[in-house]
Design a protein around this ligand. Structure first.
Ligand code: PEP
Length: 259
């Protein structure tokens, strides 16, 4: 965590929680968090598309300072793209952040580096901020190819992007072997890889890289967030499983209290 970048804790609910469950989770989360928590940490929840509207109205009507995020987008303004959702549709729901290039989309649903780069630009074009995911497989880590893979994903996503646009983005370094496995990267490894992401961003967009938040994701839990956040290059967490439960998610947001 740096003194200049505001920490972010973002919950990726994946394909969990109906809209009714999502309303309850966000309400319970808001009962557990207070003004100091929101002051210290930017809190984001990324429900499924079907729950976005319900969570938006809950957040708006109860004036809850939690930002709304989406888990995916299609990089065209409209058209014959059955089953897809446009950037403009998300922006109209007051969505602030959109996850692009999550490893589950890359590995299971075929999102390529090129598609991720288009999504990133489409999100920015609609006035929202992308959370750009990157990360290596276990094979790549064990064969010493993790740095090359992650730097390559960052170069592919950011190549040619203006510094002012890059400044609006957030990156999440998520080693694939740590996602949903209960096995997290050591704080030192997370710091090294988040630092590599920043160094790669610096090559592409220069000094604005210092202001871009780089999150760690992969089995973040209430019990390991504080040590991850103690690292200077880790600016927050993208949290899957542990964000589904409002008690656990609140304890992650409140990591400072467990010091
Ligand atoms: C994720 O999918 O972004 C993630 C980090 O999941 P988990 O926290 O469950 O490992």
């Amino acid at each position: 965590m740096s003194a200049t970048r505001k920490p972010m804790i973002a919950g990726n609910w994946k394909m969990h929680h109906t809209h009714l469950e999502a309303i309850q989770v966000v309400q319970k989360l808001s009962y557990r968090l207070d003004g100091d928590d929101y002051e210290a940490v930017e809190v984001v929840v990324c429900p499924a598309f079907t729950a976005l509207r319900s969570v938006q109205t809950t957040i708006d009507s109860d004036r809850i300072p939690i930002a709304l995020g989406a888990q995916n987008v299609y990089p065209e303004p409209q058209g014959a793209f059955t089953g897809e959702v446009s950037p403009g549709m998300l922006a109209k729901l007051n969505v602030s952040y959109v996850i692009v290039g999550h490893s589950e989309r890359r590995e299971i649903l075929g999102d390529t580096d090129d598609l991720v780069a288009r999504k990133l630009r489409a999100v920015l074009g609609a006035g929202m901020r992308p959370i750009v995911c990157c990360g290596e497989t276990l094979d790549e880590r064990e064969s010493g190819a993790a740095e090359e893979k992650v730097a390559g994903q960052i170069r592919a996503a950011y190549h040619g992007l203006k510094a002012a646009d890059a400044e609006q983005t957030v990156v999440a370094y998520e080693p694939i072997w740590a996602i949903g496995t209960g096995r997290n990267a050591t704080p030192d490894d997370a710091n090294t890889m988040c630092g590599l992401v920043r160094a790669t961003l610096r090559e592409i967009v220069g000094s604005v890289a210092e202001g871009i938040r780089v999150l760690y994701g992969g089995s973040v839990k209430p019990g390991n967030i504080a040590e991850l956040m103690a690292e200077p290059e880790v600016d927050g967490g993208l949290v899957g499983g542990a964000s589904l439960d409002p008690d656990d998610f609140a304890r992650i947001v409140q990591y400072r209290r467990s010091k």
